[in-house]
Design a protein around this ligand. Structure first.
Ligand code: SME
Length: 162
């Protein structure tokens, strides 16, 4: 059993503790799927106001569904589609306050309103996956979320490289 102490009183504390938990739970484990599954579970358990948390993996120049928590989701995402495709093709984190105003957004769950997608690159700079977080609330994610998830994405570079 894993029992992490995650302080959820403010975002600084939350991301400090989440980062440490993500580092600890993936330490010494080289199986990418196992690591993504545990990270999705940690983000889902401790981040408030989410309706989906998980990964898409780069495969044959497109994104394919990876380990996640939430409702069943779209399996294939082309790189020119959706918030995830934009993050993977640009290599830049996408923080969308209202996905209904994002051209090309893919509605896997009609409840999703805001979305944060962080690309994960390997040590050569190739995008290997994205972390995707969805919320039923508008403007759910701010600069602290962007920074916190970017740090976790950076950590995972060495933990999900197959
Ligand atoms: N909404 C995403 C698709 C993935 S789901 O949210 C799980 C997008 O536009 O890329």
């Amino acid at each position: 059993m894993f029992d992490y102490k995650i302080d959820t009183t403010d975002k600084a504390a939350l991301y400090r503790d989440l980062y440490a938990a993500c580092e600890a739970i993936t330490m010494g484990e080289d199986d990418a799927i196992a690591n993504m599954a545990n990270i999705a579970a940690l983000l889902w358990q401790y981040m408030p106001d989410l309706n989906w948390a998980g990964f898409y993996r780069m495969k044959n120049d497109a994104l394919i569904l990876g380990p996640f928590q939430g409702k069943a989701a779209c399996i294939h995402i082309p790189l020119n589609k959706g918030v995830c495709g934009k993050a993977a093709s640009s290599g830049e984190i996408q923080c969308i306050n209202n996905v209904h105003e994002f051209e090309g957004h893919i509605a896997c769950d009609a409840q999703s309103v805001s979305e944060l997608v962080a690309p994960i690159s390997d040590s050569q700079g190739n995008i290997i996956a994205v972390i995707d977080l969805d919320s039923p609330s508008a403007n759910r994610f701010d600069t602290q979320d962007v920074e916190g998830i970017a740090q976790i994405a950076k950590l995972l570079r060495h933990r999900i490289n197959t």
